[in-house]
Design a protein around this ligand. Sequence first.
Ligand code: AMP
Length: 143
Amino acid sequence: MNVAAILKLKGREVFTASPDTPLLEIAELLGQHKIGCIVIAEDDGKVAGIVSERDIVREIARAGGSVLDEPVEVCMTKAVVSCRESDTMDQLMGEMTAHRFRHMPVMDRGRLVGLVSIGDVVRMRIAEAEMEAAAMREYIATG
Ligand code: AMP
């Protein structure tokens, strides 16, 4: 099972915002869409960073609520780690565990083509385990 299979199930929509978007607007987007992170992209589509709910909470704790008027670029992570559609779920889980984050943008020749979260990976793993168990039960019942 690879990243392409996850995108086939969940779709390729990625919520993005420009680096000058106020943090409050980012928080509203996270709330409206019930998601945990937004990819920050330039006008030409180039990925400039990633911001998660954790970044916003930490920035409020550090600088106070007035930081919500500041542009997202003050607290986004600029060194974005991405994956490719051909990467396996094991590779993805390894990267997420090593870097201690829960989101990975999927890139194809410099273009953003999807986003996978730890929740997507766990859901796929459970579906896989259920399919294997069903096949095993069928094998035992008919054997
Ligand atoms: P998360 O666990 O995804 O909420 O993110 C925890 C921290 O890692 C935050 O500072 C994020 O900005 C950062 N982060 C999340 N995903 C990535 C990624 N794919 N590449 C680099 N940093 C990330």
